[in-house]
Design a protein. Structure first.
Length: 255
């Protein structure tokens, strides 16, 4: 006789109720997350923008340089310098110290810049301002009848005779040792501005040398000479650049 089993129904327990807090709109949650990310981003930027350390005149790596260097080392040669085509990492580069001993001078980028820098340094050292010793003197002008050969600086016989007469006159009239003689040469017959300045200076030097030999009492303080190129308006008014003379003499006297 078969036995009949009876099963008792099992009651299922209901799941526990979840405790819910105060619900917030989704846009508030998204906005809060966005603000948090922005704050983190700004903090990172502020950290990377920290200036380099060290005092005045010293350079030390800042936070950005310290962190980026390890990243650069990692990606150099794809992280495998020994295996990538059998090549090793590139050797480090070192900045060469300034070979110029002058303080505060930047190394020149090329030869032309270095040449120009030396020229201007030389001009700055030599072009010192001095008070003129020719102030407060009464000038006397003498356009000399001296004509040089074209683009030349040799005194002719006639020019030497004129200078001899002039030296004799100066010997008799120049009574003060403080009187000064200025010899100005012009060269309008020379070709080009550069040659005009060079030739005019040589002509003035030739006349000054003759006067210095003819007048032994003259010293470098009493005798001055320079070239004036082709002359200009201030000489042409005294017939010195009109072809009649290449030498213009000024005597500065304290009388």
């Amino acid at each position: 006789m078969a036995c009949r089993r009876e099963y008792m129904p099992v009651s299922k327990k209901a799941p526990p109720k979840e405790e819910k807090g105060e619900s917030a709109p989704l846009w508030i949650i998204s906005f809060a997350d966005m603000i948090s990310l922005l704050m983190a981003f700004f903090v990172m930027l502020q950290t990377m923008a920290t200036p380099k350390g060290g005092g005045m005149g010293q350079t030390k790596p800042g936070v950005f340089e310290s962190t980026i260097s390890s990243f650069q080392d990692s990606i150099r040669c794809f992280g495998l310098p020994e295996l990538f085509n059998g090549k090793k990492g590139s050797p480090p580069r070192y900045a060469m110290s300034n070979p110029n001993k002058e303080k505060g001078v930047r190394p020149a980028a090329d030869g032309r810049e270095e040449k120009n820098r030396r020229i201007f340094n030389k001009l700055r050292n030599t072009a010192q301002p001095y008070q003129s010793s020719l102030n407060g003197r009464k000038p006397s002008y003498f356009p000399m009848p001296i004509i040089f050969p074209k683009a030349g600086d040799k005194l002719s016989a006639n020019s030497t005779a004129s200078l001899a007469d002039f030296a004799n006159t100066i010997r008799q009239t120049m009574v003060s040792e403080k009187d000064k003689i200025c010899v100005i040469g012009v060269a309008p017959d020379a070709r080009g501005t550069e040659q005009q300045w060079l030739v005019s200076e040589r002509r003035a030097g030739a006349v000054a040398a003759y006067l210095k030999n003819a007048l032994p009492n003259l010293t470098d303080d009493n005798l001055h000479w320079w070239g004036a190129g082709k002359g200009g308006q201030w000489i042409s008014t005294n017939n010195a650049s009109s072809g009649q003379s290449h030498i213009f003499i000024i005597i500065l006297s304290e009388r």
